[in-house]
Design a protein around this ligand. Structure first.
Ligand code: HEC
Ligand code: HEC
Ligand code: HEC
Length: 111
């Protein structure tokens, strides 16, 4: 019984530490206060196929600290307007670099 309790506890911790969602609602993740566009449903699993975790995350386990195009930690104060840091410093530069088809078209991400 004691072992089972310990096992259940360990599993619960592991699932928190390694929660690696296949799709992430970025409007929720970044607390977009007054959205004017459809919330971005980020295809996380798809991005893991052709990119390294550390292309986007400061550390290989992933998590909330994202890596900006300049290699430093992405700083996001508020997500508002088209000149927001997710566009300029994160999503768009990589889509440009990797020549993603329609990678800067609004409806590729906001749909
Ligand atoms: C193309 C960019 C990209 C790649 C590649 C990527 N991720 Fe992510 N990942 C994100 C974004 C964006 C988030 C959402 C961050 C947030 O909620 O603040 C995220 C969230 C996560 C989270 C959840 C963080 C949390 O606490 O909610 C984990 C865990 C994670 N990623 C792990 C990984 C691992 C492991 C890999 C490599 C196998 C990986 N990611 C590859 C962009 C990426
Ligand atoms: C490190 C590089 C990189 C970053 C950063 C990145 N992407 Fe991508 N993205 C790609 C590549 C490469 C593809 C092409 C799909 C593939 O891998 O085959 C892609 C494709 C996509 C697609 C199209 C998927 C499909 O079904 O065709 C969407 C949507 C997308 N990205 C959203 C985002 C959003 C939103 C962000 C920022 C939060 C982001 N990406 C950041 C590399 C990146
Ligand atoms: C590569 C993915 C991607 C593309 C392409 C993209 N966006 Fe975004 N955009 C995001 C992400 C991620 C956010 C923050 C999360 C969210 O708002 O769902 C965002 C947020 C926004 C915001 C602020 C939040 C809001 O809803 O008001 C505006 C405005 C915006 N985008 C407009 C545009 C316009 C206009 C285009 C086309 C020129 C565009 N975006 C293309 C990923 C993208």
């Amino acid at each position: 019984m004691k072992k089972l309790v310990i096992l259940a506890f360990a599993l619960a911790i592991a699932s928190i530490a390694f929660a690696n969602p296949a799709t992430i609602d970025l409007s929720k993740a970044f607390n977009v206060a007054s959205p004017t566009k459809k919330a971005v449903q980020f295809p996380h699993a798809l991005h893991q196929k052709n990119n390294q975790c550390t292309d986007c995350h400061m550390d290989a386990a992933g998590g909330k600290k994202l890596k900006a195009a300049n290699g430093k930690e992405l700083v996001i104060k508020e997500v508002k307007g088209t000149a927001n840091p997710l566009h300029k410093d994160f999503c768009w530069p990589c889509h440009e670099k990797k020549q993603v088809k329609a990678g800067k078209s609004c409806t590729t991400c906001h749909k």
